[in-house]
Design a protein around this ligand. Structure first.
Ligand code: HEM
Length: 160
């Protein structure tokens, strides 16, 4: 706490990366996807949707790494994991770490496993498989969003 130090800057970057990660995700889910749906659907615009997803994937991936690195740096600044373990503060930090890893894994499963299979099922015209991979997408996207929101709540509760 207190005055402006290099740690204020590190926390600022932590929060900036969280804004990019969560803001981008909300923009995709609440603006891009509904707009594409209203103009012929995701399948009809598959190349555009894939290009948008890949482009955001770079930004989101970078943001994820920055959240992690700045978080770990601040843990070091607070004396390291040993110093904070056993405290309410340390528990919240560990939970945030777990949630960030969970969100990252769900994004990887979505982009490397479920997404390509949905595209292939669409190309093959296999409607049963399309429905299945869409349900899987819904589950994965929900995990990413809820894990991120839970981590944000924990972050907010660090000082309130
Ligand atoms: C999506 C994941 C995350 C979110 C949404 C998040 C959110 C936040 C927020 C809102 C704060 C500001 C708290 C405050 O000063 O009032 C904060 C600070 C902090 N975060 Fe994160 N965080 C995330 C991941 C992480 C991870 C993975 C770590 C560590 C490995 C971490 C470690 C920290 C630390 C050490 C602070 C500084 C708290 C202090 O001033 O002592 N965060 N985070």
């Amino acid at each position: 706490m207190g005055g402006m130090t290099i740690w204020t800057l590190v926390l600022f970057i932590h929060l900036l990366a969280i804004a990019a990660w969560l803001g981008g995700m909300l923009f995709l889910g609440a603006v891009v996807v509904p707009s594409v749906r209203a103009h012929g659907g995701l399948r009809a615009s598959r190349p555009l949707v894939t290009a948008v997803a890949r482009r955001f994937g770079v930004i989101g991936g970078l943001a994820w790494v920055v959240i992690l690195v700045t978080g770990l740096l601040m843990v070091q600044h607070r004396g390291g994991f040993d110093a904070i373990s056993g405290t309410d503060y340390g528990r919240k930090i560990m939970e945030k770490l777990g949630l960030l890893v969970l969100a990252g894994v769900a994004v990887l499963v979505h982009s490397l496993w479920q997404g390509p299979r949905l595209r292939r099922a669409e190309e093959a015209g296999d409607e049963a498989a399309v429905a299945r991979w869409r349900r899987m997408r819904g589950v994965l996207d929900t995990i990413v969003l809820l894990a991120t929101l839970a981590a944000l709540y924990l972050g907010a509760s660090l000082s309130m």
